[in-house]
Design a protein around this ligand. Structure first.
Ligand SMILES: [Zn+2]
Length: 792
């Protein structure tokens, strides 16, 4: 059995590849069963048949997705013109006075038979080598071995790594990112701040008053994210193999460009137990060292487009959820600890009585350092006494070796409980680091995985029962509601058991469920409980706003106080630390700007991507290595492929359905109003759907138009959309807003018999999301992410 493809590739012309490498390559080749074709078959038929066999083999034997196959086909197609150019070039070289001899042709094509279109990159090993040598964006990572173990392998005693992890060089990664024009543009052109307005992390006082920023108005702000992921969702034998992920993002990137996962950079990956054992320090050491260089007077010099340029920067904050954030910060990791808040010193049993920051004693860095000093002194004293008593202990089994993180002595442990501090955070080695301010509370975990989730349950528990609302009716509403573009967020059906043990919905589903829930339970829920739930929704709405002012922050503070007071009366004994953390959110806006600019939602999406990758790689010998390698390889490819739209790709996507001229557009007056330069013959594209910052606009979609703070907001329904020179014109029909219905957290709408049309331009405008709900034949609009509730 023979085939032209396998014979050409096994006749390997490249001698630099290792023997092992060739073996692997041949093995794959020999697995492919190839039907022999007679010599007389026309070559084009043989080729076509080979192509069909390859695609079927990839799909059926290698279990590849159709998406991957389509990409391979289009990729090879795009390479063909280059291959043809190469062949043409070689033939011209071999010709004399425009004539080429048959003998030369034969020689040339026997030479080609030994070649492959994938020359030099045909194996994983060679491709990696190529990326490393030829791609400046290529990111290398290092293995950090913390402890070795002795094993017997193939009758040989060997030392192999026992505890280890991987990390990238932070400065190398930053330099590679700064080569990108879109990223650099954000750093070089920071948006001017407006008095009392918060629109990005940079508007917060932690950035604005930072000494490094005072000296360099283009200073880079870094946001660190640390969290543990269970790549399997606890479903397989990999259970409890949680991986700690350290990643970072640039705070300087404009808010509208932050929705892509490309803003997230992977710094380090390690088994969570190892990270904990070594208190994170080995995996953050390089970052700490680099940040201290960046925040020094001299800064760090990078070569940007071949020219040297000095950069300054600093770490702004670290976000993450318990227990990882508690573990890195050195505060308590469990919400059941006596002092579990890293912002204040309120004991667990008094939390429910403190409704604002004035009611608690806030932590500060001087006090925190004092706490750490007292604990260290107690521990040192204890060690000294022990050394006097026991000089040597017996040799221990390896697994019983003292842990790298030594347990505290009893007196230090008492102090630890008293202060709510476990140990010193390794991030304290950073210049300008403020341990009591730089670990903000994350609203995604607070609301969607915490209090909003539990309050959805309480409201359902109150409404469902005999002579009241039936669970079937709730599920029917969930099933029949028109989710339009938010179909992926549709809540799962609710089971009777969930009403006892807790709702089984993910964050996006909770966000959707909380939006429609008031419409479901309206006539059945206790009035005070529904009001309390709606107040929480209003609080969350301010937290989701992309633009907040001082008035909003005061309103938020007031509403949190009211909400918590009412909650205590309605649900005695149900107060949890996540309720308490709410009181720190208003201050957090002053420190770091809008809460959506500092939440973990994007990082969580990055985790979801990692979990998907894990499913593909689950057979890998060293999963942490494979994940690290794949994610970094993807990043270097993205930096190459999207050099001019690395951040903006996907921010605005439109489906065009044809061309038209202004005179054919019935509602052209609306467009003329905003663009006076157009005339009757101006040609425009008709737009079918427009996706902008994650929201899809199409005919019939509802828009939130104005946000005049004193009066009711106005809404519109999209009728037509056009595009001219990257500006999108959305023509909408205005809708009358008759009133705000508090118990539904919604605006009642009126579709007038007369109609008024107007136009909006994208990307100049940004709309908060609007949900259209119909109840008892009345139309309602629910806004998500608008700063000011009408009540305030
Ligand atoms: Zn607190």
């Amino acid at each position: 059995m023979s085939s032209s493809i396998s014979s050409s590739s096994s006749n390997d012309s490249n001698s630099s590849a290792s023997e092992n490498d060739n073996e692997k390559y041949d093995e794959i080749e020999s697995e492919v069963e190839v039907e022999d074709y007679s010599e007389s078959s026309p070559p084009e038929l043989i080729l076509q048949n080979k192509a069909a066999e390859l695609l079927t083999d990839l799909k059926e034997n290698a279990n590849t997705t159709q998406v991957a196959i389509n990409r391979m086909v289009s990729g090879i197609n795009s390479m063909m013109p280059h291959y043809n150019a190469f062949v043409k070039n070689e033939l011209v070289k071999r010709s004399q006075n425009g004539v080429i001899k048959v003998q030369d042709l034969h020689e040339f094509f026997s030479f080609l038979d030994g070649q492959t279109i994938f020359e030099g990159v045909q194996t994983e090993y060679r491709k990696k080598w190529y990326e490393k040598e030829k791609w400046p964006e290529h990111l290398q990572f290092r293995k950090i071995v913390l402890r070795w173990k002795t094993v017997l392998r193939k009758n040989k005693v060997m030392e192999v790594p026992k505890y280890f992890g991987y990390r990238v060089s932070f400065l190398h990664q930053l330099e590679s990112l700064l080569q990108n024009e879109e990223v650099l543009k954000c750093i070089d052109n920071p948006r001017p701040t407006m008095p009392n307005k918060f629109r990005s992390v940079l508007d917060g006082c932690m950035y604005q008053t930072h000494p490094v920023y005072q000296d360099d108005p283009h200073a880079i702000g870094i946001v660190l994210f640390v969290d543990d992921i269970d790549p399997t969702d606890g479903l397989s034998s990999y259970q409890n193999h949680n991986i700690r992920n350290y990643s970072w993002t640039l705070a300087n990137i404009y808010p509208e460009l932050r929705s892509t996962l490309r803003v997230i950079n992977l710094l380090s990956l390690v088994n969570a137990k190892v990270a904990k054992r070594y208190r994170n320090e080995p995996f953050l050491r390089d970052l700490i060292h680099s940040m201290n260089k960046l925040s020094s007077k001299e800064g760090v010099t990078f070569r940007i487009k071949e020219l040297p340029r000095v950069f300054h920067g600093f770490l702004l904050m670290m976000i993450g959820d318990m227990p990882a954030s508690g573990n890195v910060s050195g505060f308590k990791e469990s919400p059941s600890a006596k002092l579990c808040c890293r912002t204040c010193l309120v004991p667990l049993d008094e939390m429910c009585n403190c409704l604002c920051e004035d009611d608690v004693q806030l932590r500060n860095d001087a006090l925190h350092n004092e706490h750490l000093k007292m604990m260290k002194e107690a521990n040192d004293q204890d060690t000294l006494e022990k050394e006097e008593r026991i000089i040597f202990s017996d040799s221990e089994d390896e697994d019983e070796l003292p842990k790298e993180k030594k347990p505290l002595c009893s007196q230090a442990a008492q102090l630890s409980v008293k202060f709510g501090v476990n140990d010193e955070s390794c991030l304290l080695k950073l210049n300008y680091f403020q341990c009591t301010k730089m670990f903000p509370h994350d609203i995604m975990h607070l609301f969607l995985e915490g209090i909003l989730k539990s309050e959805c349950l309480y409201v359902l528990q109150d409404s469902i029962g005999p002579k009241k609302l039936s669970l079937t009716a709730v599920n029917l509403f969930i099933e029949n509601y028109d989710y339009e573009q938010w179909k992926p967020d549709k809540p799962s059906p609710i089971d009777q058991r969930h009403l006892k043990s807790g709702l089984r919905q993910n964050s996006s589903q909770i966000l959707m469920l909380s939006t429609i829930l008031p419409f479901v339970v309206w006539e059945y829920c206790d009035e005070a409980k529904l009001q309390n739930f709606v107040r929480l929704l209003m609080i969350f709405n301010i937290c989701l706003s992309h633009e907040v002012d001082e008035e909003d922050i005061k309103c938020l503070e007031r509403m949190i106080k009211e909400y918590l007071g009412q909650f205590n009366c309605l649900y005695p004994g149900k107060f949890v630390p996540k309720h308490h953390f709410l009181i720190h959110l208003p201050t957090q806006i002053y420190l770091y700007g809008p809460l959506t600019e500092q939440w973990a939602m994007r990082f969580e999406a990055y985790h979801a991507q990692m979990k998907r990758l894990f499913k593909i790689l689950h057979n890998a010998k060293n999963i942490v290595f494979s994940l690290m390698s794949r994610l970094l390889s993807r990043r270097s490819l993205e930096l190459r492929q999207y050099s001019c739209n690395f951040l903006s790709k996907g921010m605005l996507e439109a489906k065009v359905s044809g061309q038209t001229t202004m005179d054919k557009i019935k509602l052209r007056e609306c467009i003329f109003q905003v663009n006076k330069g157009l005339h009757a013959s101006s040609c425009l594209s008709c737009v079918k759907t427009l996706k902008f910052r994650g929201t899809v606009y199409e005919s019939g979609a509802m828009l939130h138009i104005t946000d005049r703070k004193k009066s009711l907001p106005t809404f519109g329904v999209v009728t037509e959309m056009y595009c001219l020179e990257d500006i999108y014109y959305i023509i909408y029909r205005e809708v009358i807003t008759s009133k705000f219905v508090e118990c539904l957290n919604a605006y009642e709408l009126l579709f007038a018999s007369w109609t008024c049309f107007s136009v909006f331009q994208v990307p100049q405008t940004y709309f908060p999301r609007v949900f259209h709900v119909k109840k008892n034949n009345i139309d309602y609009a629910v806004i998500r992410g608008r700063a000011k509730p009408s009540k305030c």
